[in-house]
Each structure stands twice: as C-alpha cells, then as structure tokens.
Design a protein around this ligand. Structure first.
Ligand SMILES: Nc1ncnc2c1ncn2[C@@H]1O[C@H](COP(=O)(O)OP(=O)(O)O)[C@@H](O)[C@H]1O
Ligand SMILES: [Mg+2]
Length: 234
C-alpha cells in the first residue's frame, strides 16, 4: 500500500509542499476519493498530481481522451489489452501503471463494469475514473451503479483496491461515488442541484461556499471532520 501526504493549509493559496499551519492529510492507495467541480476547475490536474503521480499500481480511465498525453504512460484502448496488462503470465508483459482510453465500442456501462471487475480481481490497485458522468448519465436520469464499481467502493479496501471518481456533475453520477468516499475534493459548482448533493456529504450550511470559491481552490472533506476545509491551489 502506498500513501500520499497531502498538506491541507487553511486559508490562503499555497503550494502543496508548504504545510503552513495546516494538517497533513494522508491518502492511501486503497482509499476512495471523490473529486467534483465544473469543467476547468482543476479535477484532472488534482487527480494527476495527487493520485496518479505518487502511485505505482494505478490505471487512469480517460473516457474523454483528454488526459493521456500528460500522463507519460502506456495507453491501452481495449479491455483485452487491459486484461493482458494486468494478468499476463510473464512479468515482462505486465503493466502496473497505464492509461485506458476506451475505443468507441467500450464507452458504455458494461465495459466500465468489466474494467472495475478486472481491477477488483487484480487487487492492490488504484482506479481513477475521469468524467464518469459520461458513463452514468442517461438523459435526465442516472443509471444505477454497476456491480463491480460498487464492489470496489464497498469492499475494495480489504483487497487493497482504491478508487478516485471525478465528475463535473455530482448529481449525474451514482450517490455511492460520494457517500462511500473517505476524501472529498469539491471545486466550484455552478448548479444548485450539484451543490446540494455536496451539502448531503458535508453539511448543507457549507454548500453555498461552492458557488463562489476561487478557481483551482476546493473544499476538502474527510469522513469524520466537523466541517470541510478550504484549500488549494495544489
Ligand atoms: N492547481 C493548479 N495550478 C495550476 N494550474 C491548474 C491547477 N489546476 C488546474 N490547472 C489548469 O487549469 C486547466 C483546467 O484544469 P483541469 O484539471 O483540466 O480541469 P477539469 O478536469 O476540472 O476540467 C488546465 O489547463 C490545468 O493545467
Ligand atoms: Mg478533466
């Protein structure tokens, strides 16, 4: 298991290596992390720098093919390749850090569930799912969470499997992605419905803070904290 030391300074913007008066937050590779915020608010940047970079057993699901060029890792496009990367007999053929940019036929919920299954079965791994709204939104409604996605969220810890879920619309992904998370990073959200959802996680008295929070700053909340703390940019 790897851990990430994340300084969460109260108040003014600071770099992530400055701990000025803040508590150091430890994120473990088998934790669940929820990152939400409007487009351009800094979700992928945070996932890349705080989760992807320090981990050595991690797959980045780049649904929109927006991040892979920045990730400096092999890019796979089919589940067959992912299966091979995780379970190849010979050590040389295995990959421990790679990006999966699904080809057109693997954009749906079924393929997503299969990816979750493979990671869950592998064990001791971290899955980052960027823009998962694309997988779950169906018109005005949200599909139910897929079996193995739920399995990672509710039973992944004991297998050493953690997960980071990113979404621009918290209202358009299954609630479990947020309610099961030990760590929540909430950037600016323009829609009241989305802010309300975060209010359900850390208290409705804080949801309005997400309307005006500065660019690249966020509210950080860890299960058990009295209230979320404003921090960033990282
Ligand atoms: N903490 C930060 N410091 C500097 N630049 C940032 C930071 N967060 C995001 N950015 C920049 O802002 C832009 C949008 O960030 P991105 O992570 O892609 O947003 P999102 O994934 O929420 O749409 C990118 O060009 C990114 O490099
Ligand atoms: Mg992004």
């Amino acid at each position: 298991m790897s851990t990430i030391e994340l300084p969460i300074p109260p108040g003014s913007p600071v770099g992530r290596l400055m701990v000025d008066g803040g508590d150091a937050v430890t994120i473990s590779s088998n934790d669940r992390i929820s990152v939400v915020g409007k487009t351009g608010s800094g979700k992928s940047y945070l996932a890349r720098n705080l989760v992807w970079e320090p981990l050595d057993r991690v797959v980045f699901h780049d649904w929109k093919a927006q991040e892979h060029e920045e990730l400096n890792a092999p890019v796979l496009s089919t589940l067959d390749q992912v299966h091979e990367a995780l379970f190849a007999e010979s050590e040389e053929e295995r990959l421990y850090k790679f990006v999966y940019v699904p080809e057109a036929g693997e954009h749906g919920l079924e393929a997503w569930d299969e990816l979750c299954r493979l990671v869950y079965e592998k064990g001791d791994f971290h899955l980052i799912g960027d823009e998962i709204k694309g997988i779950y939104q169906q018109g005005n409604s949200v599909r139910a969470i897929s079996d193995h996605h739920e399995k990672i969220l509710t039973r992944g810890r004991s297998r050493g499997v953690g997960m980071t879920n990113l979404s621009q619309r918290p209202k358009k992904i299954p609630m479990e992605c947020m309610s099961e998370a030990e760590h929540t990073f909430a950037f600016r959200l323009n829609l009241a419905d989305d802010r309300k959802r975060l209010g359900e996680i850390f208290g409705s008295e804080h949801e309005d803070r997400l309307r005006e929070i500065d660019s690249h700053r966020f509210l950080y909340y860890r299960i058990g904290m009295d209230e979320p703390r404003e921090a960033g940019p990282i």
